[in-house]
Design a protein around this ligand. Sequence first.
Ligand code: ZN
Length: 70
Amino acid sequence: MRCPACQAENEDSASACVSCGSSMAAGPTQVVVTVDLSPGTLFHGRYVIRGLLGRGVMVMVYKAHDRTLD
Ligand SMILES: [Zn+2]
């Protein structure tokens, strides 16, 4: 069966997507993103994480250096 969030192919019995971790159950899409964004981490091949600026219930805001635009 195909993941509703990222379209990756999964086992029919899968309860969560092997690619993005989204729930495969019917209903609202829940995307669980687990990314290590500790200082020095290169994100998206472009942004070097400098540190965490703040966090809310569903969001985390990081300060980062854009290597492309410097
Ligand atoms: Zn997925």
